[in-house]
Design a protein around this ligand. Structure first.
Ligand SMILES: *[C@@H]1O[C@H](CO)[C@@H](O)[C@H](O)[C@H]1NC(C)=O
Ligand SMILES: *[C@@H]1O[C@H](CO)[C@@H](O)[C@H](O)[C@H]1NC(C)=O
Length: 375
């Protein structure tokens, strides 16, 4: 009898694990292939060979790239090279990527940048927020960008127990940001288990010097985060007021979060206490990684992985594809979703972000190269 019970329990456990495994294959879109969509005027950017995880573009056309991300279990073409921040001036006729110098005192050898975000203060100071994983730990670094010297002055390292597995940030003040945790746990084994069991424990955090809190949760794996345009004019409109409570707040002002394994983009409404409530969820047929917003139109651009399994289990003979989606009118009943670019990995592998500026498109990848296109 005891044996029968044991066998039944084992059977149920195996069935459950099998179900979770199948579900995981679905969440990874393991069997999806894509049709290629070409863009005519593109070239690979010189100097980016080992990932350009995240890209943020300033209103003046200066684009920042975080390069060289390393994560346990993720392929790297340059495992021994520290990461860095590159910059490209999109107003130039033939823009080139150059590496920014970083001030002394900051530990460059362990620099492992992930999501990035810029913020411009009233006095035109430009801050660059960088998610960093020194020795696979989790911090947010705040730098001041010094344009004359092409350099970054390190101001501050932020660590917090509510930032156990931080993935991306969107800066909303000089020391204020929203950040996504892609996992609840920071331990690699517990992260795997969490993903496997599909716990939906990932969340979004609001951080300010006075207050740090969970503002949205229940994500499978919260990834890219961004904000609708005009945040920069909306926030810190009064130099003396705390940027915490932006004022006045022009109406549409939303936070977008990509839930990568759930294939979703969430639109969240922001309240004056910085809490978020969900307005809508857009379901897509791909793993949505990073989001950027076209400041002129409000369109969302997403770097996506059509087949997540190929991203995580790297095979040079069957590399991960790239896919860039443009989403127009996300709040309408029928948002328009267009595949602007798709490639089977022969040119670009594992696109993680797409960002536009004045008719130019930059596409970054998790660990491969980066593409510059004229639209
Ligand atoms: C970009 O994609 C990577 C890939 O997972 C993610 O970790 C990172 O946070 C994303 N960054 C942004 C700005 O969305
Ligand atoms: C990708 O597509 C190109 C043609 O566009 C083809 O030559 C190549 O074999 C394909 N590669 C893979 C891995 O499917």
């Amino acid at each position: 009898m005891g044996r029968l019970v044991a066998v039944s329990v084992l059977g149920i456990a195996l069935a459950l694990l099998g179900e979770r495994l199948l579900a995981l294959r679905n969440r990874l879109k393991a069997s999806r292939e894509i049709e290629s969509v070409d863009l005519p005027n593109c070239h690979l950017i010189k100097g980016i060979e080992a990932g350009s995880e995240d890209i943020d573009i300033l209103p003046n056309g200066l684009a920042f790239f975080s390069v060289g991300l390393k994560c346990p279990g993720l392929h790297s073409f340059a495992p021994d090279k520290p990461g860095g921040i590159l910059m490209m001036d999109l107003k130039e006729e033939r823009p080139r990527a150059l590496e920014l110098r970083i001030s002394r005192g900051f530990d460059l050898a362990s620099f492992n940048p992930h999501g990035i975000s810029t913020f411009i203060d009233d006095d035109d100071t430009i801050y660059l927020f960088v998610v960093n994983h020194p020795e696979f730990k989790n911090t947010v670094e705040i730098f001041k960008f010094e344009e004359e010297e092409n350099s970054l002055l390190h101001l501050k390292t932020i660590r917090h127990e509510l930032l156990p597995s931080v993935n991306d940030v969107i800066a909303v003040g000089p020391a204020h940001f929203y950040a996504t945790n892609d996992h609840y746990f920071s331990d690699p084994f517990l992260k795997y288990l969490e993903t496997y069991l599909n716990l939906h424990w990932a969340n979004v955090i609001y951080y300010s010097p006075n207050e740090v809190k969970v503002v949205a949760d229940g994500f499978d794996s919260a990834n890219g985060i961004n904000i609708s345009p005009d945040k920069k004019s909306a926030l810190c409109a009064h130099p003396q007021t705390e940027c915490l409570l932006p004022y006045p707040l022009p109406p549409p002002w939303y936070i977008y979060v990509a839930d990568i394994l759930a294939h979703e983009i969430h639109v969240l409404d922001k309240h004056s206490n910085m809490n978020l409530t969900q307005l809508k969820v857009l379901q897509l047929d791909t793993l949505v990684d990073n989001l950027s917003v076209d400041p002129s139109s409000g369109d969302i651009w997403a770097g996506c992985h059509p087949n997540g399994q190929k991203v995580y289990v790297y095979d040079p003979n069957n590399p991960p594809s790239s896919e860039v989606l443009r989403i127009q009118n996300i709040l309408s009943e029928k948002p328009t979703v267009t595949t602007v670019y798709a490639n089977n990995g022969s040119v670009l592998q594992g696109s993680s972000v797409a960002s536009v500026y004045d008719g130019k498109l930059l596409i970054g990848t998790l660990y491969h190269r980066a593409l510059y296109c004229e639209l």
